[in-house]
Design a protein around this ligand. Structure first.
Ligand SMILES: C[S@@+](CC[C@H](N)C(=O)[O-])C[C@H]1O[C@@H](n2cnc3c(N)ncnc32)[C@H](O)[C@@H]1O
Length: 260
């Protein structure tokens, strides 16, 4: 499936800014570098985290890379000190190397993790760090229901439905086997955030700016009119409201920190 051409809506993405920021900061907290010379924020999006990175390591050269023009336009307002680079990770293969490659909530959009993770390691200087966070919620109703409802309605191809999210992120043991022989330290952990959400159908609002985008891009207007209400209905059942009308959205994320 071609996820890379889906359009990012920066404003919709920023609607849940604090909830999306927390794992980014928790990842940052686990990088024990004192003064890295060069840092890459891979898939920097609107640059919120890139800005925090450049404030933490003020003497470092920081580069924010993303394939979305719209996200980078927002990012550019943050700082002229940060270098913003419009580039697709799939074709990214620079001559330069980095002391830290940081990537928050991005690599689940990119296929072939065996190749990508090996390429990332090859671009990190000795003693440098790789720090990655990816959602590990592809089996949760929020994502599994996309394929399920599409299948029931017989919308999109079978291949699209099967490849939608099911294989986007591997199990932690996959990344351990891939990285451990090539690094001197590796730390892998998961955290499940029980996100308290407000609004009529907050899970729909959340996925609309992220995981649902490839689906919406692949449906005709008529198909959307049928798919969206059905998917919304299933979400409400899968994530019932609490007594105070708020909704709990359990969200598991996978963290990897490795020193080369
Ligand atoms: C969920 S956002 C995360 C943004 C940022 N890292 C953050 O934590 O807020 C994912 C970002 O990955 C970028 N992205 C997705 N696929 C990409 C690719 N193949 N190459 C470069 N960037 C990509 C998107 O444009 C988007 O800005």
């Amino acid at each position: 499936m071609n996820k890379k051409n889906t359009t990012w809506d920066a404003n919709q993405y920023l609607k849940f800014e604090n909830k999306r920021l927390r794992p980014a900061l928790e990842l940052l907290d686990r990088i024990p570098l004192k003064s890295p010379k060069k840092i890459l924020d891979l898939g920097c999006g609107t640059g919120n985290v890139t800005k925090i990175i450049s404030e933490r390591w003020q003497s470092s050269k920081v580069i924010g890379l993303d394939s979305s023009q719209q996200m980078l336009e927002k990012a550019q307002k943050f700082s002229s000190e940060i270098t913003w680079q419009l580039q697709d990770i799939n074709s990214w293969n620079p001559d330069e190397t980095f002391d830290l490659i940081y990537s928050n909530a991005t690599l689940h959009w990119v296929k072939n993790h065996t190749e990508i993770f090996s390429r990332l390691l090859s671009k990190i200087n000795k003693n440098g760090f790789l720090a990655i966070q990816m959602p590990l919620n592809q089996k949760a109703p929020s994502h599994a229901l996309m394929s399920k409802v599409l299948t029931e309605l017989n919308f999109c191809s079978e291949e699209f439905r099967e490849n939608l999210w099911a294989k986007a992120v591997e199990e932690p043991s996959f990344y351990y086997d891939l990285l451990a022989p090539k690094v001197k330290m590796i730390d892998i952990w998961t955290t499940t955030y029980y996100q308290i959400m407000e609004g009529e159908n907050p899970i729909y609002e959340w996925v609309k700016s992220t995981g649902l985008r490839p689906v919406l891009k692949n449906l005709t207007e008529m198909e959307k009119e049928i798919f969206i209400p059905e998917y919304q209905k299933r979400l409400r059942i899968a994530y019932p409201k609490q007594k105070d009308r708020k909704t709990i959205f359990p969200f598991t994320r996978l963290f990897i920190v490795a020193q080369v």
